[in-house]
Design a protein around this ligand. Structure first.
Ligand SMILES: *[C@@H]1O[C@H](CO)[C@@H](O)[C@H](O)[C@H]1NC(C)=O
Ligand SMILES: *[C@@H]1O[C@H](CO)[C@@H](O)[C@H](O)[C@H]1NC(C)=O
Ligand SMILES: *[C@@H]1O[C@H](CO)[C@@H](O)[C@H](O)[C@H]1NC(C)=O
Ligand SMILES: *[C@@H]1O[C@H](CO)[C@@H](O)[C@H](O)[C@H]1NC(C)=O
Ligand SMILES: *[C@@H]1O[C@H](CO)[C@@H](O)[C@H](O)[C@H]1NC(C)=O
Ligand SMILES: *[C@@H]1O[C@H](CO)[C@@H](O)[C@H](O)[C@H]1NC(C)=O
Ligand SMILES: *[C@@H]1O[C@H](CO)[C@@H](O)[C@H](O)[C@H]1NC(C)=O
Ligand SMILES: *[C@@H]1O[C@H](CO)[C@@H](O)[C@H](O)[C@H]1NC(C)=O
Length: 331
């Protein structure tokens, strides 16, 4: 009985009288990745035909920080919130969300008050600031003492915290594995295909392979500790960009050993695709604030290593099938 009465009362209260209903959002968070902060305020039952009938006020604590007067089509902002605005064109859809620059955002309870002719309503949304989600793996970033954060933070600081320790290990392991596999192929090459004709190429491969090995090791040393964001970023860049050297190296190994076959072409194409994937992943990582593109980068590096493995297996297979090893036909 009582629930029924209560429901009836509630019903008449909500639908009969002049009450605006809001979608329920208790709180929103922003991080240093949000350039603009949006505090949502959505009216579900807007009936106004024109924004002239609407009036929106935003309050923080007891101070009005933003007022939009539809009849005058005029917004007034408090000086501390000069970047605050609403989207007037979305107002008729019920959207009175307040947008402001992150640097002006202040945590606290914001009240959104909307009036539409004789109907009105309000809702409270708490704005929270979230520090870097997980800084457990070392002091990746310099201290976030300023909640507003400066722009400098974005590039270097987040870079180091993009990757979990496990991801960093994969980023280092795959290239090192690929290089070891390259040296494996190099070994087969020198043992099985050595001739005066191939000597020059072998020396070239030796030099390029050594340079690549050194670059990747240096990159790993810079990336792994991760206490210095600039160092980590350079390490990551060194590893990902230089690993592409493996493609011409693999091509040269094939050419020196037995020339091109459809299988070796397929291996090279796979490796190029892996490299492109890794580069795209790197670019996205540099541009994005949140660490969402690590898997792309890592899978690219994984594919490069896989192509290297296939190359080694194929070479071993061909080498063991050739009873009498001849120097390659031409060159
Ligand atoms: C901050 O950005 C995230 C991701 O883009 C978004 O989900 C969130 O709503 C934003 N927070 C605020 C307060 O604007
Ligand atoms: C709002 O009020 C709280 C406590 O009532 C205070 O800590 C906070 O600084 C106030 N915020 C602003 C922007 O005045
Ligand atoms: C309100 O003013 C803005 C410019 O400040 C204008 O673009 C918009 O069309 C106006 N809207 C109405 C309903 O007058
Ligand atoms: C909006 O209101 C302010 C003060 O209330 C006034 O100075 C300003 O000229 C008004 N702007 C428009 C476009 O009416
Ligand atoms: C505006 O900012 C100043 C300085 O940061 C502060 O003293 C003042 O209380 C702020 N006003 C409001 C209404 O938050
Ligand atoms: C906002 O209001 C909630 C509940 O009323 C309260 O728990 C919270 O501390 C308030 N936040 C601030 C920053 O005043
Ligand atoms: C933060 O790290 C802890 C363990 O160190 C983990 O349980 C948690 O899910 C992580 N949170 C985020 C947002 O990554
Ligand atoms: C960072 O903050 C910690 C305490 O929170 C402090 O001990 C340390 O000296 C700070 N580091 C820098 C570089 O400011």
């Amino acid at each position: 009985m009582w629930p029924l009465v209560a429901a009836l009362l509630l019903g008449s209260c909500c639908c009969g009288s002049a009450q605006l209903l809001f979608s329920k959002v208790k709180s929103v968070e922003y991080t240093k990745c949000n350039d603009t902060v949006v505090i949502p305020c959505k009216v579900l039952n807007v009936e106004a035909q024109s924004t002239e009938e609407m009036y929106v006020k935003w309050k923080l604590n007891q101070t009005y920080i933003f007022i939009y007067d539809g009849s005058k089509n005029n917004s007034t902002v408090e000086t501390n919130f000069s970047s605050a605005k609403i989207s007037v064109s979305d107002l008729l859809k019920g959207d009175a969300s307040l947008k402001m620059g992150r640097t002006q955002a202040v945590v606290g309870n914001y009240t959104c008050e909307v009036t539409e002719l004789s109907r009105e309503g309000k809702t409270v949304i708490e704005l929270k600031h979230r520090m870097d989600s997980n800084s457990s793996h070392g002091a990746d970033c310099s201290n976030h003492t300023t909640p507003a954060g400066d722009e400098k933070e974005k590039g270097g600081c987040t870079l180091a915290s993009w990757f979990s320790p496990n991801e960093k290990i994969l980023i280092v392991i795959f290239p090192i594995l690929a290089i070891l596999l390259f040296w494996g192929k190099f070994g087969i090459l020198t043992l099985k295909y050595k001739s005066t004709r191939t000597n020059k190429r072998i020396i070239l491969l030796l030099v390029a392979g050594t340079v690549l090995t050194v670059i990747v090791i240096v990159g790993a040393i810079l990336l792994i500790p991760g206490e210095n964001p600039v160092k980590s970023a350079s390490g990551l860049g060194l590893i990902v960009i230089s690993i592409g050297i493996l493609i011409p190296l693999q091509y040269n190994v094939f050419m020196t050993a037995f020339g091109m076959a459809s299988f070796t072409i397929a291996i090279l194409i796979t490796q190029v695709l892996g490299y492109v994937l890794a580069l795209v992943g790197l670019c996205l990582c540099i541009m994005a604030c949140e660490p969402v593109h690590g898997p792309l980068l890592i899978s690219g590096l994984g594919i490069i290593a896989l192509a290297e493995l296939l190359g080694l297996v194929y070479m071993k297979f061909v080498a063991s099938n050739q009873r009498t090893i001849q120097p390659p036909r031409n060159k």
